[in-house]
Design a protein around this ligand. Structure first.
Ligand code: G3H
Ligand code: 13P
Ligand code: NA
Ligand code: ZN
Length: 316
């Protein structure tokens, strides 16, 4: 069956790698993630946002995950798999997911005043731990492309809060904000300008204050340029799409960062292949043809991440 994240994170911490958390919302993405993780022998966190959960339908989602799990078990794979709610925004949503079989949830109170974040997170932890479900909390707000993240108006995680937060809430892992952001447009760069490095100084200060505690990195897609170019050359329009360089993700994976969230890169791989296939085969109308290619490309991306970026391959 599914497992919570406790043992995965303990092993990732000790082995200096990170567990991949891939978002999905449909059958092909789920197949791609699980088969690629089985192929590379990587533990994996299947991640579902609130929007993805309503898109797939809670009942169908539950059975789809169980079916996909059975599929890889029948092929002999014993990789640990967690089913995780991404960015839970209420106690009620977390409870509903736990009751429908999720093995891990995130309660994202990062936008709330500190004490309210503590109280909400604490409440979710008290419920979740009765069912051996692990909980991820968040401190600090990830930058949106519109936000100015500067030393003055910082939404970075304040390392002075992390120890108190972890102690008061009882969370199992903590998402922090060190310069990543969600989506495909992470930085607004002037021509020739390089992507600014993540704030590893903040990460290190957090590690110092909560030694050995699992840290989570959201907004960690690289925004693979090969896919952006493919999308743009087959009718799409994604200008200035840029993400986190792989080298920085490797450095994060070797630290106390035990979970790295990837959604946008999967979406890009999927969409790039669909656009390419439809553009090159204008007579084609069998969804299995273009969804099948998208699925294969997504799986290839997952294998690459596990093997060459997160270091999670072969860690079963
Ligand atoms: O953190 C956000 C994830 O990328 C999920 O996004 O709400 O569009 O499903 P979504
Ligand atoms: P990306 O948009 O960078 O893939 O981040 C995904 C994420 O953090 C999901 O919670
Ligand atoms: Na790590
Ligand atoms: Zn996120």
């Amino acid at each position: 069956g599914l497992v919570n994240t406790r043992e995965m994170f303990a092993k990732a911490m000790a082995g200096k790698y990170a567990i991949p958390a891939y978002n999905f919302s449909d059958m092909e993405q789920l197949q791609a993630i699980l088969t690629a993780c089985a192929d590379t022998g990587s533990p994996v966190i299947l991640q579902v946002s609130k929007g993805a959960r309503s898109y797939a339908h809670e009942t169908l989602l539950r059975h789809m995950v169980q079916g996909a799990l059975q599929m890889i078990r029948e092929k002999g794979s014993q990789i640990p798999v967690a089913l995780h709610l991404d960015h839970g925004d209420s106690y009620e949503l977390c409870v509903a997911c736990i009751e429908s079989g999720f093995s891990s949830v995130m309660i994202d109170g990062s936008h709330l005043p500190y004490e309210e974040n503590v109280a909400l997170t604490r409440k979710v932890v008290e419920f979740a731990h009765r069912f051996e479900v692990t909980v991820e909390g968040e401190l600090g707000v990830l930058a949106g492309i519109e936000d100015e993240v500067s030393a003055e108006h910082s939404t970075y995680t304040n390392p002075e809060q992390v120890e108190d937060f972890v102690k008061k809430t009882g969370v199992d892992s903590l998402a922090i904000s060190i310069g990543t952001s969600h989506g495909a447009y992470k930085f607004r760069l002037a021509p020739g300008e390089e992507v600014p490095p993540l704030r590893f100084d903040i990460l290190e200060e957090c590690e110092r204050r909560i030694p050995g505690f699992p840290i989570v990195l959201h907004g960690a897609s690289s925004v693979v340029q090969e896919y952006v170019e493919m999308i743009n050359s087959f009718g799409g329009k994604m200008d200035n799409a840029v993400g986190i360089p792989e080298e920085q993700l490797r450095r994060a994976a070797a630290s106390a960062v035990c979970k790295i969230n990837i959604d946008s890169d999967g979406r890009l791989a999927f969409t790039a292949k669909i656009r390419e296939h439809l553009a090159k085969n204008p007579q084609e109308f069998d969804p299995r043809k273009y969804l099948g290619e998208a699925r294969s490309e997504f799986a290839k991306l997952v294998r690459h991440k596990n093997e060459a970026v997160l270091g999670s391959a072969g860690r079963v």
